[in-house]
Each structure stands twice: as C-alpha cells, then as structure tokens.
Design a protein around this ligand. Structure first.
Ligand code: SF4
Ligand code: SF4
Length: 224
C-alpha cells in the first residue's frame, strides 16, 4: 500500500496537480460524475492531501474509475488543484501495480483499445448511426441529427468515414507503434490484458515487416 502511495506521490505531475486543499467542495459541486456515482473529487484530494494511505488504496478499488476526466474540477479549484489529473495518476499507478480494479474496468474496452492502438483512432462520424446503438434509445436520434450536419461540414478525404479513418499509411502506423512502445502504453496493456497485447503485438510486427519491405522496394526502384 505504501509503495502505491509513493508511486502516486513520486509522479512528476503530482506537485503540479496538488497544491493544498480548503475542503471547500467546489470541485465536487461542479463534477458531473459526483452527480451520478458514489464519487467525490474533494474526497480524493483530501485523502491524498492527508496522506491517508489505506483509504487511498480503497478509493483505487472502485471510486477513481468513476471520473470522466472532463477536468471541470481543475478549472474551478481555488487552489489550482486538478482532482481529475490526480485521478489520472492514480489510475496509471493502479495499472502499474496490476490492480484487479483496473483490469475489470478496462476489459470491456478491448475492442476500443485494439482499434485505437492499431489505427490511432476508433470512431468516425459515420459510425454513429441509430442502428448501431439501439441501447442509446431515442437519444441517438438527437445525436444523429447533429452528425448529419457535421458530416457535411467536414471536407471529403478527411477522417469522417471508417474507410478513411482506419486506413492509416504504413509509415504513420509504424511511427505510432514506436510512440506506443516508448511511452509505455504497450507495457501497460501487457500488464492489463496479455491476450489483447499478443494480438496487437502480432499486428504491429506484421506492419513493421510490410514497412521494411516497402522501404526495400523503394530503394530498389531508386537504384534501377
Ligand atoms: S480540491 Fe480545490 S475545489 Fe476541491 S475541495 Fe479542495 S480546494 Fe476545494
Ligand atoms: S475530471 Fe473527474 S473529478 Fe474532475 S470534474 Fe471531471 S469527472 Fe469530476
């Protein structure tokens, strides 16, 4: 438990995100997640400020995963704290320590992560269709209306359709994989979901081989 807290406090962003706390509750009053869940950014900040290691550990079992990362709290705090930023650090530490809560929360997002890591994005406006989201009920009709305008406003050949959004150039893909690797994203994924990591690693290896072949072909063409 102490190691978990030390890792949170040792994060390079920590001192920037936490400057003190009046316990005023402004963050919680403006937090959308606090309206719907048993969650309070004020409580999270207080636990960290008072270094309540045991309850910090408890909050990491469930509460921290309720934050929507909208950062409204950061804009409102008179101490210029960022409760949302602190939650982000806590989540990363939960992943680093392979906490079960992190695995449980992230598991349903496997498909999203697969698309995000392999293409750099996972959603394009043409995917938001009423037929694809029956669970949204009548609300999808409202979104659909706005999206029709949005799709018209975005010029063709940008990222408004699946065909364009998911067709990433080989060079860009390979560069992106290097970024995922060097920033520790792939390592975190491996800790959370080994099967998904294996699938993505195979995909990346294949793309890198394709890119090497493409480069060799270019060299041959240049030499001819
Ligand atoms: S984090 Fe800021 S807004 Fe929230 S209770 Fe503390 S001082 Fe108030
Ligand atoms: S970032 Fe999280 S804690 Fe802050 S207002 Fe948004 S949902 Fe609430």
């Amino acid at each position: 438990m102490q190691q978990i807290f030390d890792d949170i406090r040792g994060d390079f962003r920590y001192d920037h995100e936490l400057n003190g706390c009046l316990n005023c509750g402004i963050c919680t009053a403006t937090c959308p997640s606090a309206q719907f869940y048993d969650y309070s950014p004020r409580e999270i900040v207080q636990l960290l400020w008072t270094e309540n290691v045991e309850q910090i550990y408890d909050a990491m079992q469930e509460k921290i995963w309720a934050c929507a990362q909208c950062m409204t709290c950061a804009a409102r705090c008179p101490f210029k704290n960022s409760p949302g930023g602190l939650v982000a650090i806590m989540r990363e530490v939960a992943i680093k320590h392979e906490m079960q809560s992190a695995k449980d929360v992230l598991r349903p997002f496997g498909r999203v992560m697969l698309k995000l890591i392999t293409t750099g994005n996972q959603l394009s406006p043409d995917m938001i269709q009423p037929d694809h989201f029956p669970d949204w009920g009548p609300n999808i009709q409202k979104v659909e209306g706005d999206l029709r305008i949005l799709r018209k406003a975005i010029p063709v050949k940008t990222l408004q359709t699946v065909e364009t959004a998911w067709e990433v150039s080989l060079k860009t893909s390979v560069e992106m994989y290097t970024i995922w690797e060097m920033t520790g994203v792939l390592k975190s994924l491996e800790l959370m979901d080994e099967n998904l990591f294996d699938v993505i690693e195979d995909f990346i290896d294949e793309k890198r081989e394709d890119y090497e072949e493409w480069l060799e072909e270019q060299e041959e063409d240049d030499g001819a």
